[in-house]
Design a protein around this ligand. Structure first.
Ligand SMILES: O=C(O)CCC(=O)C(=O)O
Ligand SMILES: [Fe+2]
Length: 222
């Protein structure tokens, strides 16, 4: 391993990063958020109202207390409920492929879409989506597709109060707007993890919040 490539999967992440950046910068519907700290884009009306409603109903069926690597639900770190959808469900497959196409990424490197529901008081505290490769869980994750490259997250409903996605380093808080797809590069152009992607699902104060997330790896995910 060379000096300049000290992070696992770094070269591949850099390659994937550049590819998606090129794709999104030539997409007239993809709006780059005004920050240099992280590469974050938003696409409005990515999902139709009826698609959002369908996902919300599915989330109500699959949602369980969220588990986070090494940090469990009981620690109050991620208090929302979440669940993976059936990857063979034709609707889930079609939307997954639509997200893949927007980013220009291969289907096989994407994790199955995960749905999440936050009730009043629930939140996802500031975190990075990339894996800490010095932690025990990395041994497993490295074999299941490796480091996370990009994240695509869609808001599914209007939240009465609270629930913004807050990029703490970039100082940007994005209020949930149904159908909007947020996309961010978890890495820097050189493929190393970008601490500027630190983000939180801030507490829902009133109403409820539904989102879906598709995280992309470096290699085939399974
Ligand atoms: O719910 C949010 O606004 C953030 C969700 C999130 O951080 C994630 O799914 O990785
Ligand atoms: Fe996240």
């Amino acid at each position: 391993m060379s000096q300049s490539m000290k992070h696992p999967d770094q070269a591949a992440i850099a390659r994937i990063g550049a590819k998606v950046t090129q794709r999104l910068t030539s997409d007239p519907q993809a709006y780059r958020l005004p920050t240099e700290t992280a590469e974050i884009y938003a696409i409005g009306d990515f999902l139709t109202p009826s698609e959002c409603a369908r996902f919300i109903a599915m989330i109500d069926e699959v949602a369980q207390p969220s588990a986070v690597f090494e940090v469990d639900y009981a620690s109050q770190f991620r208090t929302s409920y979440s669940g993976n959808f059936d990857p063979a469900d034709p609707f889930v497959l079609a939307v997954s492929r639509r997200i893949d196409d927007r980013l220009g990424l291969d289907f096989e490197i994407g994790e199955t879409i995960q749905g999440q529901r936050y009730l009043p008081g629930q939140e996802f505290k500031p975190h990075n989506d990339w894996f800490y490769t010095d932690q025990p869980y990395w041994e497993g994750e490295k074999k299941r597709g490796g480091q996370r490259s990009w994240t695509a997250m869609a808001f599914l409903n209007e939240v009465e109060e609270g629930g913004a996605t807050h990029f703490t380093e970039a100082r940007l808080a994005i209020d949930p707007k149904p159908g909007v797809l947020l996309i961010w590069n978890n890495a820097l152009p050189d493929g190393s993890p970008n601490p500027g992607t630190m983000h939180a699902g801030t507490p829902v104060l009133a109403g409820e919040k539904y989102v879906l997330t598709r995280w992309y790896r470096t290699r085939k995910w399974d």
